[in-house]
Design a protein around this ligand. Structure first.
Ligand code: MRU
Length: 354
């Protein structure tokens, strides 16, 4: 099995089928897929980061709704359908709080169901929801290609670009958001070199981005997060491109913890800092980044490394999984509708609603 012939997420069979996904916790040493046949397994896969990255979480949740509805008896009445749909949606929404794509996908599934309520035909509505989940999945493929196409125009042959965490094909249906920019530039014949931050504590940069770029033949150099500022000072970086988990109406952007430090370093060293994200990652209900819920994860994640305990027993630990980069640090946001620059409320509204 190679990465070229397997998908981050795939649905097996008809609407009575199941969700298959690469278990990203095993990479880079093992490329293995797992099957999710119950909504609880989908929830656990999202929670434990077997599937992770904002768009991929949204796709998994949409399929999770279909899986959750499979427990309804064949002759279920309309009220039991509505109750189960709400139950499954609320349950999946409790898996992770920051990536808005999760809630966007669940709301989209719910709205689709509601638009069919007048049919009062449970089997038909379940059918429509299955098609909707597939549409969310397929749309993400096209969106990532468009992000790549717009983003690659920002960079020239020979550029060295830095990224943080993993915003690649593993974090989306395929191709990625930030990494799409590198893939598309390469496809245009530009030689691009990438510096990948290892991304403590869960090492998505080392385990996933470095692996994914190597799989796709891109020149990648792995650095520790703490090295990014020096590498920029040495003039080795022409631009930064990162993904996003939630972007507020003014452009403040939540992404993997450490992104904010990278943005500060980029600003100090005059390096352009870009965010690449689909329109589904914008949360226009939030005026600014202060309202973005930040996931705090298990303290154990930063107490273990090198296969052993690396912090004293009983130490106090703070483990926020995301931070918020203020809009003024962001040169532009690359979306499937085009590039938002300068990043401000007016330009965001124009592009997001176009
Ligand atoms: O905790 P993770 O691995 O889900 O965090 C992922 C990120 O922060 C990504 O950069 C973001 O979701 C963009 S993915 C295209």
């Amino acid at each position: 099995m190679t990465y070229q012939n397997i998908e981050t997420l795939s649905w097996i069979g008809d609407q009575h089928g199941w969700l298959r996904m690469i278990d990203q916790t095993l990479l880079p040493t093992e490329l293995r897929e797992i099957d999710c046949r119950q909504v609880e397994t989908v929830w656990e896969a999202i929670k434990k980061l077997r599937v992770r990255g904002a768009p991929a979480i949204g796709i998994a949740a949409a399929y999770g709704v279909c899986i959750g509805l499979q427990t309804l008896p064949e002759n279920a009445d309309f009220d039991s359908f509505k109750t189960r749909l709400n139950e499954v949606g609320d349950y999946l929404a409790s898996s992770r709080p920051t990536a808005v794509n999760l809630f966007w996908a669940l709301n989209r599934m719910k709205a689709k169901a509601e638009s069919c309520y007048e049919l009062k035909n449970v089997a038909k509505i379940i059918d429509v929801l299955f098609s909707e989940a597939k549409a969310i999945h397929e749309e993400d493929r096209r969106i990532c290609r468009l992000i790549g196409m717009f983003g690659q125009e920002l960079f020239k042959d020979g550029d060295a670009l830095l990224t943080h965490c993993n915003a690649g094909g593993l974090a989306t249906a395929d191709y990625g958001t930030a990494l799409a920019v590198f893939f598309a530039a390469t496809e245009k014949g530009k030689t691009i070199r990438v510096f990948a931050d290892e991304t403590r504590p869960l090492l998505q940069g080392a385990r996933l981005t470095a692996w994914e770029l190597m799989q796709r033949g891109i020149d990648v150099t792995l650095i520790c997060d703490s090295m990014a500022a020096m590498v920029m000072k040495q003039g080795k970086i022409n631009g930064v491109v990162v993904g996003a988990d939630r972007i507020a109406a003014n452009g403040d952007t939540a992404n993997k913890i450490g992104t904010y430090s990278v943005a500060i370093s980029a600003k100090v060293h005059g390096v352009p800092f870009y965010v690449a994200a689909p329109v589904s990652t914008f949360d226009l209900t939030l005026a600014d980044g202060n309202g973005i819920p930040i996931e705090e994860r298990d303290p154990e994640e930063i107490c273990y490394g090198f296969g052993k305990r690396t912090a004293p027993e009983g130490v106090n630990v703070y483990n926020p999984a995301f931070d918020v980069t203020p809009a003024e640090f962001i040169t532009g946001i690359i979306t499937e509708h085009g590039i938002i620059s300068p990043v401000n409320r007016e330009n965001i509204t124009k592009i997001v609603q176009s």
